[in-house]
Design a protein around this ligand. Structure first.
Ligand code: 5GP
Length: 202
């Protein structure tokens, strides 16, 4: 049984990453990581689905036990991804998706160099702006802040392995592109260092 791949999927606001990740997970070959956080649930968020909401003391304990793959502090709250679940999923041959920002992604690249880093983007910056305004849920200054943040996030693009564009109404195509990247990566020579020996021994 071939080990699954650990995918780190990042994308600016409006890239549609949670929708794409949900499509991937619906197929059964992918499972999304549910992070631990010390922040309080927002309206509509479900414990165990969106996050595992824990106290500071519980988070400390998880960190000390080595139960977290990586962790970060953001706006005074702690976030971390579960190591054991990741290992179980990967060992079962399924792929594990971590939906984290560029800093978490850079961290993961150091901790787990086999991680496959994917940047999901709207088709263009102007399209991203249109999507953010189209939501109609955020004040102008927040929209501008998110657009500025995107420029800073894209500074990290050269550290990623693949870019996937998520065009309007083509969300399934974006998910399929990720599936095909994963299929190709699994056959890559660098991920199959034992291939020659296995071939010759059989
Ligand atoms: P929010 O509180 O808005 O859900 O998330 C805040 C930030 O924490 C986002 O940038 C999100 O990507 C990041 N985040 C969520 N879970 C994790 C995690 O497990 N590890 C890291 N490093 N960042 C995370």
């Amino acid at each position: 049984m071939k080990k699954g791949l650990l995918l780190v999927v990042s994308g600016p606001a409006g890239s549609g990453k949670s929708t794409v990740d949900s499509l991937l997970c619906a197929g059964g070959d992918f499972e999304r990581s549910v992070s631990y956080t010390t922040r309080l649930p927002r309206a509509g968020e479900v414990n165990g689905r969106d996050y595992n909401f824990v106290s500071e003391a519980e988070f400390d304990k998880l960190e000390k036990e080595g139960a977290l793959f990586e962790s970060n502090c953001f706006c005074g709250y702690h976030y971390g991804s579960p190591r054991r679940r990741a290992e179980e999923v990967l060992a079962s041959g399924r792929n594990f998706i971590m939906e984290i920002d560029v800093h978490g992604a850079m961290n993961m690249k150091k901790i787990y160099p086999e991680a496959l880093l994917i940047m999901l983007l709207p088709p263009s910056y102007s399209e991203q702006e249109k999507r953010l305004r189209g939501r109609g849920t955020e004040p102008e200054e927040k929209i501008l802040a998110r657009l500025e943040q995107t420029k800073r996030e894209l500074e990290f693009l050269p550290q990623y392995d693949y870019i996937v564009y998520n065009a309007d109404g083509k969300i399934e195509a974006a998910a399929e592109e990720i599936r095909s990247i994963v299929r190709a990566e699994k056959q890559s020579v660098r991920r199959n260092p034992e291939a020659k020996d296995t071939y010759l021994a059989n």
